[in-house]
Ligand binder design. Sequence first.
Ligand code: SF4
Length: 331
Amino acid sequence: MTREVGITTTVPVEILLAAGCKPVDLNNRFITHADPAGLVREAEELGMARTLCAWIKGIYAWALANPQMETVIAVTQGDCSNTHALMELLALAGRRVIPFDFPYGRDPQAIADQLTRLARALGTTVDQAEEVRQGLAGLRADLACLDEMTWREGKVSGGENHLWLVSSSDFDGDPDEFHGRLKDFLAQARERPPRPKAKARLGVLGVPTIMSDLHQCLEALGAEVVYNEIPRQFAMLPTGNGDDESLVEQYRRYTYPYDVFHRMEDIKEQIALRGLDGLVHYTQSFCFRQMQDLVLREGLKLPMLTLEGDRVGPVDARTRLRLEAFVDVLR
Ligand code: SF4
């Protein structure tokens, strides 16, 4: 039986695949569960505090309910301290926990050492993972195509873009099947007429939203989301300049687990490329990344609305009003 390996954020999935494991992004399993709010409630009944990030609670309850996932990768640098404590709870529940770091400073040798450690722990090698990386090139190129069809051609909606890119952290556990579905989707999307011009072109920054219909809500207000910052990072799209990077370079270019300044350079490039009018910065209640809002506001010279989400569910009436006012101002 294929070993399922849980991940709580994007990690070098090529290594998991080279080891013959099935990657399972716990965030994706939680948020696409039939009753994600029920999972959060279950975790609270087990004793998790009300004042704790809902993503942590949801993935904890999902992991407990799925004991076939015996191993979990713990990102001990580059992710939050809540995840560290979550790993301790999962170790207590009998799971094997394998540590992985994204070294602060993005030193290539330090990243290479981490890749080697992870490969060894899973029973494979970095060379084998490099072969998997090359095998995924076509899939990642098609994800880049999907992204272009969002911001350049207007044939893929911001919500669809978010869903495909965010799912690429684990390719729903099966890259071949995922790629097949993606090709079908792209073929259908190519036949669509381009969307009419929107009142405002927006980028959504920050951790993936726990609100189930943020993109749809913005679209209903006449705006279009043409940039999903972190989901795009998860997808590890090709550079576009024809370079064949190594795994080290790919995970060095990835912005999410490193400092906010590296992240901001990438955002600035995309603002210019995509001709954005404004930004929505999504933050999660009780998340340390909320503090980075100050840096982003200081460094990005574009109107920005900061939203805070806590519970799973649709956009509430107050948030909808704030979004409406923001889109009207941009128009
Ligand atoms: S949203 Fe923030 S606090 Fe919650 S799991 Fe992600 S990084 Fe941690």
